[in-house]
Design a protein around this ligand. Structure first.
Ligand SMILES: [Zn+2]
Length: 81
């Protein structure tokens, strides 16, 4: 439990520092809730049930295919705007 608190505190401190650096350099900074970004299709916003072992994102609703990390990035990008 103490270890998790230390990791959370270090990550929180990192985010605060990153936010300050972005403000100082005039770079856009936003925190995005990462929950569900892997399961949501960035094209149709349908819920996709891909297993963790699957490296690709394949949407049965719209046929959107991409590497799962790129699909999660596209979803996070949509949430940030
Ligand atoms: Zn889709």
């Amino acid at each position: 439990m103490l270890r998790k608190d230390c990791v959370d505190a270090a990550f929180g401190q990192f985010l605060s520092l990153l936010e300050w650096v972005c403000w100082k350099w005039g770079v856009y900074f936003v925190k995005v809730n990462p929950n569900g970004t892997r399961q949501t299709c960035p094209s149709s916003f349908a819920t996709v049930s891909n297993s963790l072992e699957a490296r690709g994102h394949c949407c049965s609703e719209c046929g959107y295919r991409m590497h799962r990390d790129h699909a999660a990035y596209a979803r996070i990008y949509d949430l940030a705007l």
